[in-house]
Design a protein around this ligand. Structure first.
Ligand code: NAD
Ligand code: ZN
Length: 359
């Protein structure tokens, strides 16, 4: 098992990574102190698959609060249901919430933990690659509003993150591969050596070789935690985590249920690299290396259907307008060298989109 220790928002947090890491939960409950009751907030599908193993040897019987799988559960209605469950179980200020599932479980369970009695402790047990390497680190929690995704939320840091890689085994291949897009993102913006590591180990990464998966998760946790931790001093560094996401979110919005989030991010990185290449910021050879890796990992390199270029550009702007943000693009000038640009035109977006349009 690997342990990554991170310091975020004035709090130390250990991330336990490995097969059987779930056993750490009993130790955590004992060591944190003062815990009388535990509530597990779990994704229905994940609970069916893995809850029994989580509960084995826990030494305490938690109250189980299950929510329906899927993004629609990031709603006030589900949050209210969870509050009802916490009230009924008399979960108090010194008690603990454990979230079990993908990014949705972490976001909704973390938000409930952030707001119940003005914030109680919680442990994340991410069960998707997306959640293990991205969503569970950084302390962002929240739910959606009709006006947009993640508009309601709070910063609340988990006391620990437990990534039991045994649980990732039941993840569909497509969901696992989609999560790899965030790993490519972290490597491209922050760590050229880690990018090369992906190139050398692509086959083992895709085959989910356990030692390789553990190493991948650990390095991603370090990168994300380092970027988030520095944001407190270097205002807005955290923005670099949006690489691939400005275009990616627009594609996600327009293509909707046909693609996974990570698949949209992969396409977003390709388009954003093209924006950088067209401006002469990024060498052809680097853009080709990133595209080559995305393809070898099995992420789509083309859209499932053609999108109207103007519509993609307008969607990028709309999403930011809802949040009152300027449209900032994070492009890369080289591996490990992200650069923020605010002056990308709709014409440039439209031209760059051609690299991912179906042939
Ligand atoms: N807080 C953050 O910083 C942050 C960062 C990135 C993403 N997110 C959020 O995370 C969410 C996406 O996360 P996700 O991709 O994990 O989605 P998800 O939680 O919906 O999980 C995807 C699907 O996989 C299933 N699943 C989960 N674990 C499984 C397993 N081990 N075996 C089999 N099936 C399993 C779930 O039931 C679900 O149907 C979005 O809501 C996004 O906004 C948050
Ligand atoms: Zn993402």
């Amino acid at each position: 098992m690997r342990i990554v220790n991170v310091h975020l928002l004035d709090r130390a947090c250990s991330i336990f990574i490995g097969g059987g890491a779930r056993c750490q939960l009993a130790n955590l409950i004992r060591d944190l102190g003062g815990i009388m009751r535990v509530a597990v907030v779990a994704d229905q599908h994940v609970a069916d698959l893995h809850l029994e193993r989580v509960l084995q040897g826990l030494g305490i019987s938690p109250v189980i609060l299950v929510f329906p799988s899927g993004e629609q559960s990031k709603s006030l209605r589900q949050v209210e249901r969870l509050y009802d469950g916490l009230a009924e179980a008399r979960i108090g200020r010194r008690d603990l919430i454990v979230t079990l599932g993908g990014g949705v479980a972490g976001d909704i369970g973390g938000f409930v933990a952030a707001t119940w009695m003005r914030g109680i402790r919680f442990v994340q047990m991410p069960t998707t690659l997306e959640a293990a390497i991205d969503a569970s680190i950084g302390g962002k929690t929240g739910i959606n509003h009709a006006a947009g995704k993640n508009l309601i939320g709070a910063f609340h840091q988990p006391v620990a993150v437990v990534v039991d890689t045994d649980f990732l085994g039941t993840l569909a291949a497509r969901d696992y591969v989609a999560g790899l897009a965030e790993s490519v993102k972290h490597a491209v913006i922050r760590d050229p050596a880690f990018f090369e590591w992906h190139e050398q180990r692509a086959a083992e990464v895709v085959a989910r070789a356990s030692a390789v998966v553990e190493e991948l998760i650990a390095r991603n946790c370090e990168i994300k935690a380092e970027v988030v931790a520095r944001d407190e001093r270097e205002a807005n560094l955290r923005m670099i985590l949006n690489y691939g996401h400005t275009i990616g979110h627009a594609i996600e919005h327009l293509v909707g249920y046909e693609l996974r989030h990570g698949e949209c991010v992969g396409l977003g990185m390709l388009v954003e690299n093209e924006l950088a290449r067209a401006r002469g910021l990024l060498a052809d050879q680097v853009a080709e290396r990133v595209a080559g890796l995305i393809e070898r990992l099995g992420l789509p390199a083309r859209l499932p259907r053609a999108l109207e270029p103007d519509e993609v550009a307008a969607t990028c702007r709309m999403d930011k307008k809802v949040r009152g943000d300027a449209v900032n693009f994070v492009l890369v000038e080289a591996l490990g060298r992200p650069k923020r640009l605010a002056d990308i035109s709709d014409d440039e977006i439209a031209a760059a989109l051609a690299v991912v349009q179906p042939r």
